[in-house]
Design a protein around this ligand. Structure first.
Ligand code: LMR
Length: 328
């Protein structure tokens, strides 16, 4: 009997040894947008490079389109270690107790992507990433989507056009304040639910980038989209901290290199992807694209400025000031 147990144990060792050495470390990367978007493409690039640079020691499984988790759940899943990597938008960290990323949601705070890069690549960007440590996450990179535009079933030209309309928002108090300032009714909703909410009239409108609108077919259920370019959607790539710190050093370094290159790749083409998506939306003829005159733009900007004061105590006035200084 004893001999049998030993034999079984030895056999198990033989099996476990080489098999364990060969089985790759799996990184589950969950996200909520389509594969054919700036985030979806950057995630695929990271997969390709991480698997290449680690010579197969790492396997990256990308789950797009909320197939694994929706917005709120994905952050919980990351903290619990059910997935290893995510790229939620800056607007989605408030519910887990990090409000500072909402500074990116302030209306008209970023004139262009080059200015954004000054913040994310500088000391402020690095300091913000460090905040994630206390939540069991390591911030690895900033990925772009692009600038947000408005859509609704009512033609949105003047600030007064927003009055009384229900708008879907991401889970950010800054975005809530933005729509309240316009007299609209903001409603927090997971990204995966937006199309249906627009289609059934649960909400009247929403704000997003052209690539997100197009790949979710929002333009098919919205009569108008207005080129407001009033806000920004970007992502913080986060990894479960325990998992990341526990990786063999050579694997972690190879993954960091893959992340750096995937970031450059994604950020270099995000603007074009949004331009292309706008062209496709125009071509579809399903929604009217409204452009604003300089005066109308200025009226929108002015109408949204009270948001800065409204959220100062939440986001932190010193942080807003520092951000403005770096972008000014
Ligand atoms: C949204 O919820 O509208 C966006 O944050 C989705 C995304 O990840 O781009």
């Amino acid at each position: 009997m004893r001999r049998l147990v030993w034999a079984a144990a030895a056999a198990a060792l033989v099996l476990a040894g080489p098999a364990a050495a060969q089985s790759p470390i799996v990184i589950k990367f969950s996200h909520v947008v389509a594969a054919d978007t700036p985030k979806g493409k950057a995630a695929e690039k990271f997969k390709e490079l991480a698997e290449k640079y680690t010579a197969g020691k790492v396997k990256v499984e990308v789950y797009p389109n909320s197939t694994l988790y929706k917005d709120k759940e994905e952050l919980e899943a990351l903290q619990l270690g059910a997935v290893q990597m995510l790229a939620p938008s800056n607007s989605k960290f408030g519910p887990i107790g990090i409000r500072e990323f909402e500074v990116f949601d302030l209306p008209y705070i970023l004139p262009d992507l080059a200015t954004l890069r000054k913040v994310t690549d500088g000391p402020l960007g690095a300091r913000l990433l460090k905040l994630l440590d206390s939540k069991g996450m390591t911030g690895l990179a900033y990925w772009d989507n692009g600038f947000k535009e408005m859509s609704a079933n009512r033609k949105l030209v003047a600030p007064s056009d927003y009055k009384g309309l229900k708008f879907r928002i991401q889970s950010s108090k800054v975005l809530e304040a933005q729509f309240r300032t316009l007299g609209a009714i903001p409603q927090v909703m997971a990204f995966s639910d937006v199309y249906q909410a627009l289609q059934t009239g649960v909400v009247d409108g929403q704000e997003n980038t052209w690539s997100n609108m197009y790949t979710q077919k929002m333009h098919e259920v919205q009569k108008y989209a207005t080129v407001t370019t009033h806000g920004y959607i970007g992502y913080v790539v986060v990894v479960n901290k325990k998992f990341w710190d526990g990786l063999p050093a050579d694997v972690r370094e190879a993954c960091a290199k893959a992340m750096k290159e995937a970031t450059d790749y994604g950020n270099n083409q995000s603007a074009k992807e949004n331009d292309d998506a706008l062209e496709e939306i125009k071509k579809s003829g399903k929604t009217e694209i409204v452009t604003l005159s300089a005066e109308q733009n200025e009226a929108m900007r002015k109408a949204m400025m009270p948001v800065y004061k409204d959220v100062a105590s939440r986001v932190g006035q010193p942080l807003i000031d520092e951000f403005l200084k770096e972008t000014g």
